[in-house]
Design a protein around this ligand. Structure first.
Ligand SMILES: [Zn+2]
Length: 398
């Protein structure tokens, strides 16, 4: 689908007609192809650092991207192409040549409430009302541990939620954040509240419902090398090299689980499978998080670029591909491109809140419970806008 708007730009000397459009990225088109298609020298890609180089290779099919062309010559003036939920390629024409940059994705954020009564199933009803399968999945997942959907939930049971949704180029973009939700069963409301500090979900007393991440990607844990961003003696190269993840020793073929639900961004070898990380899987999660599983023996079946995976799903098997001294898993966590110590992240499944976290949470939960009950009682069934949190930019009109 091509949506085009003719914009007449007044410059000091002449009237130029420029064509602005949004389009969907075709399957099997690489960024390299795109450059060639636009008569741009692909050598431009080499200006990117190694990580950006890798993600630029893997633009997901159907990603909505933005183009600005000079109508007369069809020359590309500017393209914005997302490579993840938070980052995009900005390719632009300037002073007779093209420039390439990785910049943040711009989107609007809206807060909405939805209320309804169960008709067939929670998931199906939510998709029917919102048209948003990620939102439906998210709400279902939050209650998954506590509610037996087949036994406890009946027709006409009320449900409600308040959530943040991102809007880019007029469409829902990326992940949603459910701030609060309830399901009423047998006349009793079961609540779930989001705690932004650790990105987990808790009931009104602070008992854990669901955490964003599993603590480990393997069942049995033996840490053989810790996260050392400032450098360690590399076992093969000898020199001091940063170690941007954690190594877990495990025998060949041990299943590796993804620590959170997400989308497979990359499943393959960066260059040759005998080099670097060997066979690896990179998964993009919500809120700018990414996890990497490297030196794999094999990928789990159906784990390919663009596949949606759920928390705990097997994505591959421990191996020793790439540069390594033996069988182990190299596991990395990044947020907005920055590596972080996987063993130190807070938002893992936990037992419950306590101390200062608990008192902060209880205050927040009380307010959100009031809001949720209020909207559940007064709002028309369906989806209602509460507020615009962040307007993004003019292209995100919703
Ligand atoms: Zn490692």
């Amino acid at each position: 689908m091509i949506r085009s708007i003719l914009i007449a730009c007044l410059s000091s000397s002449a009237l130029f007609a420029n064509l602005v459009s949004t389009q969907n990225w075709p399957a099997n088109r690489s960024f390299y192809d795109y450059l060639v298609l636009n008569r741009i020298d692909p050598i431009l890609i080499s200006e990117l650092d190694e990580d950006s180089y890798e993600v630029v290779r893997t633009i997901l099919a159907d990603t909505t991207f933005y183009e600005h062309r000079e109508e007369e010559t069809d020359r590309l003036l500017h393209a914005l192409i997302p490579i993840s939920e938070e980052q995009q390629i900005s390719l632009y024409y300037s002073e007779g040549g093209y420039k390439l940059e990785i910049v943040p994705v711009r989107y609007a954020v809206v807060r909405e409430t939805l209320t309804t009564r169960i008709q067939s199933s929670l998931q199906a009803d939510l998709i029917g009302i919102t048209g948003n399968s990620r939102l439906a999945h998210e709400i279902t997942a939050i209650f998954d541990d506590r509610v037996d959907f087949r036994r406890d939930v009946h027709k006409n049971d009320p449900i409600g939620a308040i959530y943040l949704r991102k809007v880019r180029l007029g469409k829902t973009w990326g992940s949603v954040t459910v701030e609060s939700a309830f399901i009423e069963t047998n006349g009793k409301r079961r609540y779930a509240f989001y705690y932004p500090e650790d990105e987990g979900y808790y009931d009104e007393k602070g008992n854990a419902l669901a955490g964003l991440f599993l603590k480990y990607p393997l069942k049995f844990i033996k840490i053989t090398s810790e996260y050392q961003p400032t450098g360690r003696q590399h076992p093969i190269y000898g020199q001091l090299r940063p170690h941007l993840g954690v190594d877990f020793g495990a025998s060949a073929g041990t299943p590796i689980y993804t620590v959170a639900e997400g989308v497979v961004r990359f499943a393959g070898c960066q260059r040759a499978c005998s080099e670097g990380y060997g066979k690896q899987v990179v998964i993009e999660h919500k809120n700018g998080w990414q996890s990497r599983y490297a030196h794999l023996q094999n990928f789990a079946s159906k784990v390919t670029q663009g596949t949606r995976v759920s928390q705990g799903q097997t994505v591959g098997y421990v191996g020793k591909t790439g540069v390594t001294t033996g069988y182990h898993l190299h596991f990395e966590m990044r947020r907005n491109g920055q590596t972080t110590n996987p063993l130190a992240i807070k938002n893992v499944r936990q037992d419950g809140l306590n101390g200062k976290d608990l008192s902060n949470f209880l205050m927040l939960a009380e307010k959100w419970r009031g809001d949720l009950d209020y909207y559940a009682d007064i709002a028309e069934p369906g989806v209602n806008r509460i507020s615009l949190i962040d307007a993004g930019d003019k292209y995100n009109a919703n």
